[in-house]
Ligand binder design. Structure first.
Ligand SMILES: Cc1ncc(C[n+]2csc(CCOP(=O)(O)OP(=O)(O)O)c2C)c(N)n1
Ligand SMILES: [Mg+2]
Length: 443
């Protein structure tokens, strides 16, 4: 091992250790196993046989509660109070109601774009509910339930969607690209799968931080992605670096059957995404994503595993069905049968499943359901109206946040913009922007 300079932090020795162990393999005489550097536990065989995917049965799907809300795992008992379960149910309900309202708002031309997460609410709400608030999270774009459960407010959702001056992203992103520094949630970004290597990097940073300061709080990185995003090279890079560097990270795949119009059959021929986790040497589980209890149990355990022995990656593949169109720019009935969607809505819906469970337990009924729906709808519509009326961020903010001080070029552009807007007031209505043209006046 290399000698460490005085004061060098212990993370450096971790890296040196792994270099030494990889180079110190030796062969034992007459062994049935040859420790090739690239395959450490492979025994010899004289049978010439290729492995085929068919010789493996599909990985099983873990569930706690069935489609009728009945418990199928007799060892299971809820780890939270009835009130806490109701809160999770209301978070899921909130999302499903907000989705309908905002989808319609886009159709009315009041919003440029929207994406709903119908059928997938249990994955995001369930996983959020068992993670630590300080775990660092990277979402794809269909995880509004995670934001909700972690504490994103109705006003924050609406401010982002209407890109008004209260949006912490300063109105620069497309709708549904939420983010929150306070909640340790990185901003959603459109290019698929880019969040995956970023999350592995964050997990590595968390690992090094813990090594440098052992008294610091143990934290994991958590990253969501769709099975479609898993076709990107970034997915493979992220899994491999997390595995080889033993990073504390939980990968959560929402396998909802589609990447826009591309069904999974055209996306891959292996056993889903879970089989890839194992291929990369990562502990993996497949769960029923419509069962919030299964999602909670699996995520809780995954987090604990990810923190074991200084850190390791864990992969969860949550099986769901994308009930909605991909986005407001998509009409999914052009590529799938309406009856298929109706079947999923009716037969297996995460909200209905939890509701049945709560009703059987005696903590929910029709009246409570009606009241909750009315209250949530009111709350959302109130925030909707306020956010829609709110001013947009000052025009001058478009020049900010790149350089600490405006460069001469940017100052010029700002001035040109002001001149243009003043010259053609009939063409440019700047009344909806906070401060109007005044924000462009040189300070
Ligand atoms: C690099 C890149 N390629 C293509 C797209 C266009 N695109 C946006 S979402 C999407 C489908 C992603 O499917 P999946 O990861 O399964 O997530 P889901 O929409 O099913 O939740 C595609 C192809 C993109 N945003 N970025
Ligand atoms: Mg998908």
């Amino acid at each position: 091992m290399r000698r460490l300079a005085a004061g060098t932090k212990p993370c450096v020795s971790v890296i040196s250790n792994s270099i030494r162990s990889a180079g110190s393999l030796s062969q034992r005489p007459n062994s049935n196993f040859v420790s090739f550097p690239g395959a450490l536990k492979s025994s010899f065989t004289s049978s010439l046989k290729f492995e085929t995917p068919d010789s493996y049965t599909a990985l099983q799907t873990y569930r706690v509660v069935d489609q009728d809300g009945q418990i199928v795992d007799p060892s299971f008992s809820p780890d939270i109070s009835d009130e806490a379960v109701i809160k999770l149910y209301k978070d899921m309900l909130f999302i499903s109601i907000m989705d309908l309202i905002m989808f319609d708002a886009q159709r009315q031309g009041r919003l440029s774009f929207y994406m709903v997460s119908a059928g997938e609410e249990a994955v995001s709400v369930g996983s959020s509910s068992v993670l630590d608030r300080e775990d660092v999270v990277f979402c794809q774009y269909r995880e509004q339930g995670f934001f909700k459960e972690r504490g994103f407010t109705t006003e924050q959702f609406m401010s982002q969607l209407f890109a008004n001056k209260k949006d912490s992203g300063r109105g620069r992103n497309m709708p549904v690209h939420y983010g929150s520094k306070e909640l340790n949630m990185h901003t959603v970004s459109s290019p698929l799968a880019t969040q995956l290597p970023q999350a592995s990097g964050a997990a590595y940073a968390l690992k090094l931080q813990k090594l440098q300061d052992p008294s610091s709080k143990p934290r994991v990185a958590v990253v969501f992605f769709g099975e479609g995003a898993a076709s990107e090279g970034d997915f493979h890079a992220a899994l491999n670096i997390a595995a080889t560097r033993s990073c504390p990270i939980v990968f959560i795949c929402r396998n909802n059957g589609f990447a826009i119009s591309t069904p999974t059959l055209d996306q891959y021929r292996g056993d889903g995404i879970a089989s890839r986790g194992i291929g990369y040497g990562i502990d993996t589980i497949r769960v029923d994503g419509n069962d919030i209890w299964a999602v909670r149990e699996a995520t809780k355990k995954a987090r604990a595993m990810a923190l074991e022995g200084g850190g390791k990656p864990v992969l969860i593949e949550a099986m769901t069905y994308r009930v909605s169109h991909h986005s407001t720019s998509d009409d999914s009935f052009a590529y799938r049968a309406r009856v298929e969607v109706e079947d999923w809505k009716r037969r297996d819906n995460p909200l209905t499943r939890l509701r049945k469970w709560m009703e059987a337990k005696g903590c929910w009924d029709e009246t409570k359901e009606k009241d909750a729906r009315t209250d949530l709808r009111k709350e959302i519509l109130k925030a909707f109206g306020e956010a829609e009326r709110e001013k947009k961020p000052p025009i001058a903010t478009m020049f900010e946040d790149i350089y600490e001080e405006l460069t001469e070029d940017l100052k010029d552009q700002k001035e040109q913009l002001r001149t243009m807007l003043e010259k053609y007031p009939e063409e440019y209505d700047v009344g909806s922007f906070d401060g109007g043209i005044d924000s462009l006046k040189a300070k």
